[in-house]
Ligand binder design. Structure first.
Ligand SMILES: [Zn+2]
Length: 94
C-alpha cells in the first residue's frame, strides 16, 4: 500500500468503498477530493489520469466502469491524442 492508498482509505466513510477503476478511462489511481458535510453520506472522487470526477450518490452509469456509456469511455491513447478544446486564438494585430 502506498501513501495515496492510505490517504484514501482514511477518508472513505464507513460503508463506502473507494472505486477500483475510473468509470471513464479505467485508470486505477483514484483520489478522494471531498466528503459530505454530514459524515458518511457521500464522497467525491477524481481520476488522476482523465480528471473525471463523480459523487458516490450519482447513478451507476456515472460511477461504475461497467455501467458507464461505451460511447463516452476513454482510453490512454484517447487522452494523449485529445485536441485542445477550446483552442487559444491568435493574438490580435493592432
Ligand atoms: Zn479516468
Amino acid at each position: 500500500m502506498n501513501a495515496t492508498d492510505a490517504t484514501n482509505d482514511a477518508r472513505t466513510p464507513a460503508g463506502q468503498d473507494r472505486p477500483a477503476l475510473c468509470p471513464r478511462c479505467a485508470h486505477e489511481e483514484i483520489t478522494a477530493v471531498a466528503d459530505s458535510p454530514v459524515p458518511g453520506v457521500w464522497q467525491v472522487f477524481q481520476c488522476a489520469r482523465c480528471l473525471y470526477m463523480w459523487r458516490t450518490t450519482e447513478p451507476a452509469r456515472r460511477t461504475t466502469r461497467e455501467a458507464y456509456p461505451v460511447g463516452f469511455r476513454m482510453t490512454a491513447a484517447d487522452i494523449e491524442t485529445a485536441s485542445e478544446v477550446p483552442t487559444v486564438p491568435p493574438l490580435l494585430n493592432r
